[in-house]
Design a protein around this ligand. Structure first.
Ligand SMILES: [Ca+2]
Ligand SMILES: [Ca+2]
Ligand SMILES: [Ca+2]
Ligand SMILES: [Ca+2]
Length: 399
């Protein structure tokens, strides 16, 4: 079984976050941004796959790009949904274009210019891409401060043409690293949920891919650094963040989905042969590799924040990394699991509930079946947590 990492019908992996189409293709502007070869979209290529990303948090549904495997579309659109509580009032927002939810704009709060910043492992040290990274740093990107002066100044101090440990360098995470920042600045009247206003949230997004080893093939990583800029409230409470995806494995009406609780993954696969891929359709999988940290008050706990090979692993004592808390399927015609039409329904979904705020009943769910176990024994926050490979547990059986 070939596995394509990342992330249907719809699939939503949720976890708590710290404050810190329908048929019509959406068309994003794809214009050259500035003299430094920055654009507002970028296409990563690795193995059999192409992976289109936008500077504003949209994956795949990004003109002129998409996400494909052997030239066939496998992700229609992907992004995220988020919900929290500010001063006692629920808010929900996200980037989920096939649900017509688009609440984020490129840039920081107050500087909504549009750009993606790209640095490659093959770029010459201290060259153009390393210098351009300074613009990303000015907008919140990480960097390695080799000379320890607190400023990003990538200079070849000893003139040897190579990067040395006491010299600054960009936050290079893969063979190609793509950075952008966006914020929830879309005004209320232009939103799917007009009763939600901007919350002062900035998301610093890093997408990267690595080459060389087989296990890196077709794998793409996304890091969301979610920041409360404090323009609305000092604390955004009870925030949940969900990785949202509308995957289409080739022909879109014969796809099934599932989740794996131990590996914190959601995935989409084909029911039998696919019209385009035949009997060798890929699986599209999204895995939560590292959740945000949450303080517990227990000094024995320790959370980790893996910042990559250059910046290293940060350890936070008295905290734990949050993990996947639910997995959801939703689709238009269904009364309980339909598309979210209100901010409350988005929040319900992020909590693993249906549109009425109730848990799904695996014993009365016609789109799946349970093999070899009692239907009442399942965690109802994780739909289709069984194993379709050997047909055990709770499995999606109706495409
Ligand atoms: Ca789909
Ligand atoms: Ca420095
Ligand atoms: Ca040097
Ligand atoms: Ca299919």
């Amino acid at each position: 079984m070939r596995i394509l990492f990342l992330s249907f019908l719809l699939l939503l992996i949720s976890f708590p976050a710290r404050a810190q189409f329908s048929e019509v293709k959406r068309v994003l502007q794809s214009k050259q941004y500035n003299a430094h070869n920055s654009w507002d979209t970028y296409l990563l290529v690795n193995g059999n796959t192409k992976f289109g990303i936008g500077s504003n948090g949209i994956i795949a549904d990004v003109y002129p790009y998409l996400v494909s495997y052997d030239g066939v579309r496998v992700i229609y659109s992907a992004g995220f949904m988020m919900s929290g509580n500010t001063n006692g009032e629920i808010w929900s927002n996200g980037m989920a274009t096939s649900k017509r939810i688009e609440d984020y704009v490129s840039g920081t709060i107050g500087d909504t210019s549009t750009a993606v910043y790209i640095v490659k492992s093959s770029d010459p040290p201290f060259g153009e891409s390393w210098q351009n990274w300074g613009e990303a740093v000015a907008r919140g990107a990480y960097f390695y401060d080799g000379d320890g002066d607190g400023v990003y100044n990538p200079v070849d101090l000893n003139g040897n043409g190579q990067w040395d440990l006491n010299e600054d360098c960009p936050d290079i995470l893969g063979d190609v690293t793509v950075w952008s920042v966006y914020n929830d600045g879309v005004p209320s009247e232009d939103r799917a949920f007009t009763d939600v206003s901007p919350q002062g949230i900035e998301i610093r997004q890093t997408v990267w891919t690595k080459y060389g080893e087989d296990y890196n093939k077709n794998v793409y990583y996304i890091r969301y650094s979610i920041v409360n800029r404090g323009t609305v409230a000092d604390t955004l409470k009870d925030v949940y963040f969900g990785l949202w995806a509308d995957n289409d494995v080739g022909y879109y009406l014969d796809d099934l989905i599932g989740c794996s609780i131990p590996t914190r993954s959601g995935y989409t696969y084909n029911s039998g042969d696919d019209e385009y891929f035949g009997g060798s359709a890929p699986v599209v999988m999204t895995t939560l590799l590292q959740g945000p940290y949450r303080y517990t008050g227990n000094p024995d706990d320790e959370a980790t924040n893996n910042m990559g090979n250059i910046l290293g692993v940060r350890r936070i004592s008295g905290a734990v990394n949050d993990t996947m808390t639910s997995f959801k399927q939703f689709f238009q015609p269904h009364p309980g699991q339909s598309d979210p039409l209100t901010k409350e329904q988005v929040r319900y979904f992020l909590l693993g509930l249906n549109v009425n705020g109730r848990l799904i009943d695996p014993c009365n769910w016609v789109f799946g079946e349970i093999f070899g176990e009692n239907c009442s024994s399942f965690n109802k926050h994780f739909i289709y947590s069984g194993n379709p490979y050997d047909s055990t547990g709770w499995i999606n059986t109706f495409p």
